[in-house]
Write a protein that binds this ligand. Structure first.
Ligand code: ADP
Ligand code: MG
Length: 688
């Protein structure tokens, strides 16, 4: 081992930009690609389209001015000649490439106007017998002002001076056929010429496999540790008494599906434990999550605790309020409604009832979790469409109803509420296993009986007339129709304007029908009364912006038209489409699109056209967009994987999962060392 290289403050600042804060971070700053300077190719063997290193004498060097200022040189070896061209160059380069100089050049060859050429090759003066590199030259991700050479030196130094011991037990390496950590790192930073560059660059070499495995393992371990810590925190034991639940179930016009019963059982058991539940209830749109939430709420209420039920939009929250009021009134329970847009006086009155414990169930938007609202005895928090909420809101919510600081170990008298999070945005398996691994997951995997699958149609905007004829027929038939206006990102005013115009237009097109309008900027009372009128069947055609994306439930609506479907994401389209197909009538969703379609838009429309299952769609979405986008900016508290790729490394993730369990059980020291290596400087992304 040598001594650590000194690093100047200026370089440190640039390294920080790359996410390299500690010397050990240098080890995991891995190459993007490699250049092969281990061999020389005779010029006449160089194939256009390949990268090669050549050596020769400069026979010609001049600045050409057409079509633009260019330094043009000829390089000759014993086999042939090629041109070196530089569009941007320094006087020093010109000097280096003076006629007669002995030069080694590496770059991608191509066929130019004057034959074989390299544009912007890397050149250096070198005699014929100057030794070749012993390993492939790594090219690192870098930032302005930080030269490859500097980075390379620092990394090489780190490789020489830092310990590269393995954190994992021999037996695990053997069982999973994993390369050693140190060998893997050395190979990736300094690959010998016999290693296939393609395997390195496509990241499927055994060395990459080890690094990715380590990363996934670290993620799994920290999730597990977090999960265990939750087991040490306290929450009220909400025993399953089921008196109220039985009453409600008896009054329902339907029987619970098997899947609903199964997830309810999981929740019943979980909240009866003295530790906080953090459970994600996944179920495709229309699978009936609301009733499951209501039944869980009853269990808390029966134990004398309050429940907070939060939804991301006023429309959805209000709909839940109306539904739950209807369900719970016969049980003598009266929920309270709380939203940001209420009159101050009403809000204060609602908050007062919550604080006094005069109500057992508060339903509303995120207003429920403002500082001014305190619960008397909060036992369960239900969050619908949880993916719509940001990290901060989820944190605020967890802390609500808590009586002591979370950062200190909880004294036994400190309790926090149980959490039930619901989502209709199905999370692909790999994401569920990684980013959501600290949550327990319940899945409703069947739809209530009697639903007819939705027919999806793709129609070009040019055929708008036909679409209108279809709408007319449906409304004439007593069915109800949604007309969804295009999403206009970053321009809400435009979106609003568009919705108003569409409403105007459709009102003129369909004078015989009642055409309603809902959009995000609509006054809440009006929004509510419009939705109520639609639900009551008084409105035939409802023009809406994507505010209806989540949760709205009007079973008589059987036709949906989505304008500019090509602008919307897959999850959003699936959610929107799920607003129809809730009754017994055959439902149709018409996706109107405008030509020309981008590659991605075409791919998305194909997926939504061909698939009805939300999980399949989510999986496809993961392939099209990658996990970063799928998790979304809202989840930005989540540290992303740098090396592993959930779209291709599912098998490895599976192995890491098993290994995490095994390590925590049999090799806790190794688990600790591994977390230390991989997570020491990462902020804890597990606190949400
Ligand atoms: P989501 O899971 O999308 O939130 P909802 O809870 O809104 O779905 O339920 C969709 C519709 O299905 C509602 O009208 C609801 O009353 C109804 N529903 C729920 N469970 C059943 C069931 N077991 N059988 C029949 N209908 C049901
Ligand atoms: Mg819902």
């Amino acid at each position: 081992m040598g001594t650590p290289a000194k690093i100047s403050p200026a370089t440190l600042a640039k390294l920080a930009k790359l996410g390299v804060h500690h010397r050990s971070d240098l080890l995991l700053h891995l190459p993007l690609r490699y250049e092969d300077e281990t061999q020389l190719s005779p010029i006449d063997t160089v194939q256009p389209g390949t990268t090669a290193q050549v050596q020769g004498i400069i026979t010609h060097c001049e600045i050409a001015f057409r079509p633009r200022r260019t330094l043009v040189c000829r390089l000759r070896d014993s086999s042939g000649e090629l041109t070196l061209r530089f569009l941007n160059f320094y006087p020093s380069q010109q000097k280096q490439l003076a006629v007669g100089g002995n030069i080694r050049a590496i770059g991608e060859a191509r066929m130019g106007y004057y034959g074989l050429e390299m544009v912007h090759p890397k050149c250096r003066a070198a005699a014929e017998d100057t030794p070749l590199q012993q390993s492939l030259t790594p090219i690192y991700p870098t930032t302005a002002g930080l030269a490859q050479g500097v980075l390379r030196k620092l990394i090489n130094n780190a490789l020489d001076v830092l310990p590269l011991h393995d954190t994992l037990p021999e037996s695990l390496l053997r069982d999973l056929h994993l390369a050693s950590f140190g060998d893997s790192l050395k190979l990736l930073h300094r690959p010998t010429p016999d290693v296939a560059v393609s395997q390195l660059e496509e990241r499927n070499h055994a060395a990459w496999r080890r690094i990715k495995f380590d990363e996934l393992l670290a993620q799994q371990l920290s999730m597990r540790v977090h999960h265990r810590e939750r087991g040490k925190r306290r929450a009220p034991k909400l025993a399953a008494k089921k008196t109220l639940a039985r009453q409600l179930i008896k009054a329902l016009p339907f029987a619970l599906t098997k899947a609903q019963q199964k997830v309810l059982g999981e929740i019943n058991l979980d909240i009866a434990q003295p530790h906080p539940m953090q459970r994600l209830l996944l179920g495709d749109v229309g699978s009936g999550k609301t009733i499951v939430a209501a039944l869980a709420a009853l269990q808390a209420i029966e134990n004398g605790y309050q429940v907070a039920f939060m939804a991301p939009t006023e429309i959805l929250a209000e709909q839940h309020y109306l539904k739950l009021r209807e369900w719970l009134a016969p049980l003598g329970l009266e929920p309270v409604w709380l939203s940001g847009s209420m009159k101050k006086k009403d809000k204060a009155a609602a908050a007062e009832r919550i604080a006094q414990g005069a109500t057992q169930l508060a339903i509303g938007t995120h207003a429920l979790f403002q500082a001014s609202v305190t619960f008397k005895k909060l036992g369960l928090v239900i969050v619908d469409e949880q993916h719509k909420f940001g990290v901060q809101q989820r944190l605020a919510l967890r802390n609500k109803g808590k009586t002591a600081d979370t950062d200190t170990p909880a004294p036994s008298n400190t309790q926090e509420p149980h959490q039930l999070m619901m989502s209709a945005t199905p999370i692909p398996r790999t994401l569920a296993m990684s980013y959501y691994a600290d949550l327990d997951v319940s899945v409703i995997d069947e739809l209530p009986p009697g639903r007819t699958p939705i027919v999806t149609k793709l129609v070009s905007e040019a055929r708008r007339e036909e679409v209108c004829a279809r709408v007319r027929a449906a409304c004439g038939n007593g069915e109800q129709v949604y007309w969804v206006c295009p999403l206009i990102e970053e321009a809400e005013t435009l979106e609003l304007q568009n919705a108003l115009e569409t409403h105007q237009q459709l009102t003129e097109t369909f004078p015989e029908f009642n055409v309603g309008l809902v959009h995000g900027k609509l006054d809440n009372a009006l929004k509510a009364s419009t939705m109520a009128a639609f639900k009551a069947g008084e409105i035939n055609l409802l023009v809406a912006t994507t505010v209806i994306e989540v949760g709205v439930d009007v079973p008589n609506a059987s036709l949906m038209v989505i304008e500019h479907a090509e602008r919307m994401g897959l999850a959003q389209l699936h959610q929107l489409r799920g607003r129809v197909g809730r009754g017994v009538a055959q439902s149709t969703c018409i996706l109107m699109f405008q030509q020309p379609l981008s590659e991605l838009a075409r791919a998305r429309l194909k997926v939504i056209f061909e698939n009805g299952d939300g999980f399949v769609i989510a999986q496809q979405d993961l392939h099209l967009r990658g996990p970063g986008e799928l998790l979304g900016a809202r989840q930005s508290g989540v540290a992303m994987l740098r090396f592993a790729d959930l779209t291709t490394d599912e098998a490895l993730l599976e192995q890491a999962r098993g290994a995490a369990d095994m390590l925590l059980r049999d090799h806790p020291d190794a688990a600790r060392a591994h977390l230390q290596r991989w997570m020491a400087n990462k902020h804890d992304y597990l606190h949400v």
